[in-house]
Design a protein around this ligand. Structure first.
Ligand code: IPD
Ligand code: CA
Ligand code: CA
Ligand code: CA
Length: 275
């Protein structure tokens, strides 16, 4: 499916309008939450800010594009997931951070065109960081062009990763990978917001990111940022990135092969059980 530059720009503008609307809600509830609930799994939180942000984001998207399909974290699916134009929306990425007033959180809005992440906006309303990208139009941070880093050796790199909410129930919990890459690099951060992690790799303050157990709404926008900032995304084994697999490696490009290789050597640690 071919999209004109004019349409791309319009999609990007509407995604921005929606992200700002959701962000205003997150600013309003910041430090002022009356409802923090668990979604079922330990540590998997949802607040009234998640829900209220999603209402505002969806209202903007639906007002402009009533015929587009939507997949949003809190309200689910509207339309067909294989629709040629599918918005993947996380109204608050980094709920745990947000609930603790740790200011790494974002509204993440991506548009998949025939399944391909094509437009992405990640907005952190607490720190005032707006990241935007569209295929072929480049990536920006607060309207200034961004580029991935030039770090070429793992030993010189600073990476980021995350741990999915099912980490207590699965041996595939990323603990071994975290230890391994911590030994080989200058450090591995755990940001707590996948879309911000991706935005930080796109803007060059981090060199690479990997994670499993993610959803399309965590990734759609950030993947566009990475690619448009000159970086690379792939599956753990180097095959093409699949947004429905929930896992990816995203780097400045120079480190992609090294991280694919290192993740390929890691054996899971024994299941950790606190005494
Ligand atoms: C979570 C964050 C976190 C990642 C989790 C995600 P949420 O999203 O992106 O960094 O490790 O896997 O589910 O629940 O805060 O929107
Ligand atoms: Ca969540
Ligand atoms: Ca998320
Ligand atoms: Ca969320």
């Amino acid at each position: 499916m071919t999209i004109s530059e004019e349409d791309l720009q319009r999609f990007l503008d509407v995604a921005t309008e929606a992200a700002l609307a959701g962000g205003a809600v997150l600013q309003k509830y910041w430090g002022n939450l009356s409802s923090i609930q668990e979604k079922g799994r330990s540590g998997d939180l949802v607040t009234e800010a998640d829900r209220a942000s999603e209402v505002e984001v969806l209202a903007v998207i639906k007002r402009h594009f009533s015929d587009h399909a939507i997949l949003a974290e809190e309200s689910g699916q509207l339309g067909q997931l294989d629709s040629p134009l599918l918005w993947a929306i996380d109204p608050l990425d980094g709920t745990t951070n947000y609930a603790h007033q740790y200011p790494l959180c974002a509204v993440s809005i991506g548009l998949l065109v025939a399944g391909v992440p094509t437009v992405g906006v990640v907005y952190n309303p607490i720190l005032g960081d707006l990241y935007r990208a569209a295929k072929g139009l480049g990536a920006t941070h607060n309207r200034q062009p961004i580029q991935v880093s030039t770090t070429a050796k793992l030993a010189d790199s600073l990476l980021v990763t995350g741990f999915a909410y099912d980490r207590r129930e699965t041996i595939d919990n990323n603990y071994a990978e975290f230890c391994h890459l911590t030994h080989l690099t200058q450090g591995v951060r755990r940001g707590g917001s996948a879309s911000i992690d991706l935005a930080h790799v796109a803007s060059g303050c981090l060199d690479g990111y990997w994670e499993r157990g993610l959803s399309p709404w965590d990734l759609a926008a950030g993947v566009v940022l990475i690619e448009e900032a000159g970086g690379q995304v792939s599956a753990y084994d180097g095959s093409p990135f699949d947004i429905n697999s929930g896992r990816l490696i995203a780097t400045n490009g120079a480190l992609q092969q090294a991280i694919i290789q290192e993740l390929g050597t890691v054996q899971p640690l024994p299941q950790y059980k606190p005494a």
